[in-house]
Design a protein around this ligand. Sequence first.
Ligand code: NAP
Length: 322
Amino acid sequence: MRPNVYITRRIPDSTLEKISEVCQVEMWEEEDVPVPRDVLEEKIENIDGLFCLLTETIDEELLQKAKQLKVISNMAVGYNNIDVAAATEKGIFVTNTPGVLTETTADLTFALLMATARRIVEASDFLREGSWKTWSPMLLTGQDIYGATLGIIGMGRIGESLAKRAKGFDMRILYHNRSRKEEAEKTWGIEFADLDSLLRESDFVCVMTPYTEETRNLIGDRELSLMKKSAILINTARGGIVNEAALYEALKQNKIWAAGLDVFEQEPVDPDHPLLTLPNVVTLPHIGSASIQTRTRMAELAAANLIQGVMGETPQNRVNHA
Ligand code: NAP
């Protein structure tokens, strides 16, 4: 009997074919709507493998319904949407897609940093709405990137790729991490700093940690108050790491200069969210890893993890010991 798997969104045809060669596949076909909870509750009962996205909340209550589930393959590197402890308790592997999205996400993070510093979106809107009357010395002036100080919170795979890019811009690079990264210090000339010093000294602060109990609201009112008035905060990690109410106040009161956000506490973000009313915020709809090549690679890696899990092997990218 071929193992049963459920895929919670349409994936590239070539990846679907690979999974279908070994598994009995059912898939949620709608592109723009996540699988409803009641459908997932029904499906999870009799499947051996689940291929899911960060839009699905895989909590203990849902996992209690699973009778034969062996693997939950998340098509993302972050897996804060899954109760890993509950899965482990039930002997279910949880897997992610690390590595294949590192450079693409670092590219987007740097793009967001540059767009925010140089007011790219605001300037483009200014032109399109017919406000451009003449060249003017201080018109739409931004912040220098070249030679500035970049503070990276979370010196993991993406953090290090960001440092690599920043080095080309002659930036001084500070980092804060749970553990020291001595190899990266040597390779990229980065300096370890405690969180408060990093916040005080950086012109740009990039948040690159996973979203965990420990990092929830890591950047709140106190932390934002430590930053320079001219500083820019970039978050392409996860929404809950930065307290949005505190960020709104800090931006409104000019405690910091601007922010670039790819992620939000609630996604999709409410179009009436206060942060979206501020001109000094550049916002994106969680597209860090969204290149054609990388999304294809992520789907393939998630498929490989799924197949390994349902075939009784230990998946290559497991995040738990089931
Ligand atoms: P990673 O290699 O696991 O790096 C995470 C780093 O954060 C590690 O170096 C870790 O330190 C550090 N860290 C963890 N908790 C910390 C804390 N409390 N204080 C300081 N540092 C802490 O992960 P990655 O591949 O770089 O990805 C990072 C995150 O980016 C993912 O978890 C995901 O949520 C997010 N992401 C977003 C997008 C997007 O589309 N916007 C795309 C990809 C990833 P240790 O080494 O000491 O544990």
